[in-house]
Design a protein around this ligand. Structure first.
Ligand SMILES: *Cc1c(COP(=O)(O)O)cnc(C)c1O
Length: 225
């Protein structure tokens, strides 16, 4: 039996107060989200737009719930989540950022976003290389996007048991974050989120700069695809 309440309590007892917990509820039904919500959990992460929209509709009675989008986001799907999403973790192209800005304008809301860095070995994982991300920041188009707020950096480490490898990848993201903070966001209090760490590697993430962890299996148990 999965004890969602006990799992959240356990994770919260490990996390520093300054670290946010995203409960990754993808592939789990709305009633699991209700159970987590009842323990005080407010931030939920989803990776598919239709699933997120359906759950958001179903759970409208939970007033201060926050929906974070963490999966690969297709440009033509941004419109479905733009009216309510609290944070998009997975911005991996300037074209996607433009579309988010466009939909933000349409729904008259500023949409908080993270830039996703590709630090893992697997080529299947998405995100900007550090060079690409730096180019986007240097080119500066984002500065004129009124409906996008860039709030930090997200990454996923390689799926491996090699803890040193994982630590190196988080360090790479953390160094990039610090550089970007200094070079581009020194006068911007919003740029402060370092989203890394999942069920298998969040304790490493906490020692390597994370202040937002995204945990699914460790809260809700295995997913059924
Ligand atoms: C599914 C997912 C998670 C959570 O993974 P767990 O191993 O179940 O904790 C975190 N981040 C992203 C981007 C995901 O897609």
């Amino acid at each position: 039996m999965i004890d969602i309440e006990e799992n959240i309590r356990h994770i919260q007892s490990i996390l520093p107060d300054s670290t946010a917990l995203v409960a990754v509820s993808k592939y789990h039904p709305a009633n699991c989200i209700r159970q987590a919500y009842a323990t005080g959990q407010r931030i939920f992460g989803e990776s598919r737009t239709q699933e997120m929209l359906a759950k958001q509709q179903e759970l409208k009675d939970l007033p201060d719930i926050e929906w974070h989008f963490i999966g690969t986001l297709q440009r033509n799907k941004v419109k479905y989540i733009a009216p309510f999403v609290s944070l998009i973790h997975s911005v991996d192209s300037i074209e996607l950022l433009r579309e988010i800005n466009k939909q933000g304008a349409r729904f008259q809301r500023v949409i908080p976003c993270l830039l996703e860095l590709h630090v893992a070995k697997e080529t299947s994982k998405s995100g900007f290389s550090t060079d690409e991300c730096l180019t986007v920041l240097n080119e500066g188009e984002w500065r004129n996007m009124q409906y996008v707020q860039i709030c930090g950096i997200m990454c996923m480490a390689t799926y491996t048991t090699d803890q040193k490898q994982i630590a190196q990848e988080f360090d790479k993201a953390n160094s990039f974050f610090q550089m970007a903070k200094e070079q581009f966001f020194s006068n911007n209090d919003h740029f402060r989120i370092r989203s890394w760490g999942m069920s298998g590697d969040y304790s490493i993430a906490l020692e390597h700069g994370s202040n937002m962890v995204r945990i699914g299996t460790g809260i809700f148990g295995d997913r059924e695809y």
